[in-house]
Design a protein around this ligand. Structure first.
Ligand code: AMP
Length: 572
């Protein structure tokens, strides 16, 4: 038996396939959705979910929420001295306990969902949290993929394309899926890991704090709670009055807020999500009319303004048939059922959210697996030595969309030893393999010696801020022009560095004919001048000019060398 788990930023849930049907398991209070909140008592006691939430009133500093935002980061949370993985593990342990209590049997395997935007480190951290909780993680799947499964969109028609708009408490994803005969493929995914309903709560709270004046830090959580209540109410009511009596012992606050006020406040926030939609649509190469459905998931899609804006953007009615808080856990459960054999077979394919590659000559990013590649996948390329008798090659594994290595993130670094050979003669094959959980393995092999060096990126947590993922894609668009011109310049300069000494040698050894000399000399001057000016396209053109000016002479050199080799071989 395998359980399905939605490990959400604000809420989590667990389910199992029972008699062929996926169901979510309720706790002792009958609740199927558990707040992702953990309290660590000073004496070592731990409470999770609603119980932990209640501790906020008496022990707010030891209550941890939204820990998912920190997953994959190598930090320890202040006040409680726990890593994000350890906190997540407590949430998973509690879900496991609820499931075991409901089912009456031990639970040891799980499918866990993560935002489509999670990078390797974040996925690996999620997996480790599962292990810490005593769960073998059978598969990590993307939340939108799980949502599509829950909607049964695979049954829409033989081939269907859907967009899943998932706006939760802390993260946002827009994913475009294609389904064909029960096979899912993610065509594109884009998101913002710092966009969610929490932002709206904070906006309303700030408005309340402004109205209240000086409010002590320790009681501000009450304002936040009331803000969230108001937000929820305004999903069904047109106006709501917030009342916070005697919040500091003597003062009280009463403030009425209308749906129109809220809509105004959240306009920019909704637009941020639509920008991601635009990017994902662009990446998918589809037209809006080619989508068969648009699905809304995540609690924040209950807001009428969100529904309207999304329907407007996609120019169609949106599908809200599922319980927005339960769809992802249900999808994870369906996937778990498929894997354990409790449900019919279905294959899931996901994609890489960012490009993966290594640094090569001149500090350039060499992409091996482009962004939005379907996983599991494998890619390899051959590299050579940059200098004579080089003993080792440094492999820097990079993730990101920028042309220069320095602008991307380093996921790992290692060295491969190689046989000492003249420049350009060594052969080192580098292979990237991403498994079904989205975890990357990098293997480098000296093809001469056959010696392998491998690293598993999953085991090295990277200190990356979640928001940086969004920034990375934004930056690559923003800097596209400079980046490209730096790449052109670097490539042209590498070529020039090779060409100039070679041309000098060809001239010195008399391979150049008199009528060629003037043009070659002019071309050399041109290359040197443009190299100093740092003008990318001009350097590229100058290098090309020099290349063609010396073409005939270079051919003569090669011919001569071959003649000599032949003579040696024949013993002449
Ligand atoms: P999720 O992460 O999918 O559980 O979504 C949780 C987010 O949905 C939180 O920010 C909630 O405040 C928000 N939410 C839940 N119910 C409503 C509602 N009725 N109206 C507006 N937002 C809601």
């Amino acid at each position: 038996m395998i359980v399905g788990i939605d490990l959400g930023t604000t809420h989590s849930a667990i389910g199992v396939v029972d008699s062929g049907f996926p169901i979510l398991l309720a706790d002792e209070e009958g609740k199927r959705i558990m707040p992702s909140v953990v309290w660590f008592g000073a004496d070592g006691a731990v409470e999770v979910g609603r119980k932990a939430q209640r501790r906020r009133a008496t022990d707010p500093m030891r209550v941890i929420s939204s820990v998912k935002r920190w997953m994959g980061q190598d930090i320890v949370l202040e006040n409680v001295g726990k890593s994000p993985e350890q906190v997540s593990a407590e949430i998973l342990k509690e879900l496991k306990r609820i499931a075991e209590w409901r089912i009456g049997a031990e639970v040891s395997k799980a499918v866990i969902t993560v935002p489509a935007y999670f990078n390797d480190a974040q996925r690996a951290a999620t997996k480790r949290a599962g292990e810490l909780a005593g769960l073998e993680v059978a598969r990590i799947i993307n939340e939108p993929t799980a949502a599509a499964l829950a909607y049964g969109l695979d049954k829409l028609k033989d081939k269907a394309r859907v967009a899943v708009y998932d706006l939760g408490g802390g993260t946002f994803d827009l994913t475009i899926l294609e389904m064909e005969e029960g096979v899912f493929q993610v065509l594109a995914t884009h998101g913002d890991t710092r966009l969610g309903g929490d932002d709206v709560d904070a906006m309303i709270r700030d408005m309340l704090l402004d109205a209240a004046g000086d409010v002590p830090e320790e009681i501000r959580w009450r304002f936040l709670e009331e803000a969230e209540k108001a937000k929820r109410a305004l999903s069904t009511e047109l106006s709501y009055t917030i009342r916070i009596p005697f919040y500091d012992g003597s003062s009280s606050l009463e403030k009425t807020i209308t749906r129109t006020d809220l809509d105004k406040m959240t306009k920019g926030w909704i637009t941020r999500s639509l920008k991601c939609c635009q990017q994902a649509m662009h990446d998918s190469g589809l037209l809006l009319a080619e989508l068969d459905a648009v699905v809304l998931v995540g609690g924040s899609t209950r807001m009428p303004a969100v529904r309207e804006a999304v329907a407007d953007f996609f120019q169609r009615e949106v599908d809200v048939t599922q319980h927005p808080d339960e769809a992802i856990a249900l999808g994870a459960t369906i996937q778990a059922g498929v894997m354990s054999g409790a449900m019919r077979k279905m294959v899931l394919l996901d994609v890489t959210p960012l490009s993966l590659g290594i640094e090569t000559f001149g500090g350039l990013m060499n992409v091996l697996i482009p962004r939005n590649t379907t996983i599991p996948c494998k890619a390899g390329e051959m590299f050579t030595n940059a200098a004579d008798s080089q003993e080792k090659m440094a492999i820097r594994v990079l993730q990101g969309e920028r042309e220069m290595a320095r602008d991307n993130w380093e996921l790992g670094k290692f060295e491969v030893m190689m046989e000492k050979l003249p420049k350009g003669q060594a052969r080192v094959g580098v292979q990237f393999r991403i498994d079904a959980d989205g975890i990357l393995e990098v293997l480098a092999r000296d093809t001469k010696t056959g010696k392998d060096t491998a690293i598993n990126i999953a085991s090295s947590a990277v200190n990356v801020d979640d928001a940086a993922v969004e920034e990375m894609v934004g930056a690559s668009v923003e800097h596209a022009f400079e980046d490209m011109s730096e790449r052109i310049f670097t490539e042209a300069k590498l070529k020039a560095d090779e060409l100039l000494p070679a041309v000098e040698m060809i001239m010195a050894q008399g391979f150049v004919e008199e009528h060629e000399r003037e043009e070659i000399e002019a071309a050399v001057k041109d290359v040197k001048a443009t190299m100093a000016s740092a003008a990318a396209n001009a350097l590229k053109a100058a290098v090309q000019r020099l290349d063609s000016a010396t073409e005939a002479a270079a051919a003569r050199l090669v011919e001569k060398a071959m003649e000599e080799a032949l003579e040696r071989e024949l013993g002449l």
